[in-house]
Design a protein around this ligand. Sequence first.
Ligand code: PLP
Length: 398
Amino acid sequence: MTAKDEIIYLDNNATTQLDPAVVEEMLPFLTASYGNPSSSYKFGAEPRKGIERARERTAALLDCEPDEIVFTSCGTESNNAAINSSLQFDPRGKHIVTSAVEHSSVLRHCQDLAKRGCEVTFLGVDGDGNLDLDELVRAIRPDTAIVSLMWANNETGVVFPAEKIAEICCEKRVLFHTDAVQAVGKIPIHLRDSAINFLSLSAHKFHGPKGIGALHVNRRSRFRPSIIGGGQENGRRAGTENVASIVALGKAAERAAESMEEEQTRVRTMRDRFEKTIRERVSGVSINGAGTVRLPNTSSFSFDGIESNAALMLLDRHSICCSAGSACRTGSQEASHVLRAMNLGEERARGSLRFSFGRFNPESDVDRTIEIVPKVIEKLRGLSSGTAAEEPVAVQTV
Ligand code: PLP
């Protein structure tokens, strides 16, 4: 057994293992079939066909039309592109509505736009991470260019009612973009009859490769590209296509569509057993967002009296991979902006750990983790109260 086999990977919201079927499908496009899809000779036709098949498969997962899919380099690009596009159409439209719990690819982009003349309303959430839809209605103004709200939260798994939000925006005649990077492949999405204008996704969150994403642009919605150059992607995203990764995204989408129902149930059962046992074995623990609709794979805990970075280090010694809130902040001492926005108190925000399950986790991963987590928490609490066992731990300096 190699060290890699021993890893217990419970950080599937950060990224996922490539599905072997995805690797198999993309390999020919990294080797023999290397033609440029824009070339007119026959050698360019195979990559071109690969891209179009991927577009159809991605559209099938989202229940939309293939020509509504624009391939991008990642979820971050998709999020930036949707917001940027909306700001370019209506010169009056310089107001954006978003939330305080978005991923940094929306949050920081909006903060940056605010410094450059846009007005941004950041909606708050309640203690369960829910939005107040009446507050959303009140926030929309005549000069609102776009509402951008995530479908599912990467830290807590809390699911926003994206379809209902889209209807509100439609009634108010304002564009709606949803960052569905954590939702796609985990919960069913039907865009056909929805009022959603733009939706972002990223392949590496559902067993595809990193560095490839897509933006769904509803047929009714005008879109102006952020990346200008050649006429690729029907003029909506310039740059020679990342053929192998696009093909891989398509295959990952097909696999997600095939296994969604079975996988949702299996992963939810595993997650629920994990949460139940941790609650039984550890005192002073709460589950963030437990009172509302959540993704089936995500557990966000707050443990009283610990620092999450210290817990991460101890868990890492047991080869358990999880994260403190979002992976983007790992290594930073700052508490989760999501948990802070939920007003749960500084201690709960600082003592948070996120475990996220996925397709390749066997039940034995849960068995092992429910043995280790209580010991780690006990040790850290002992350290802070001065009653720890003698074994020295590196985390004391964290
Ligand atoms: N949006 C959410 C909710 C995410 O969780 C992430 C990744 O962590 C992103 C956007 C960014 O996606 P990418 O890593 O493809 O840029």
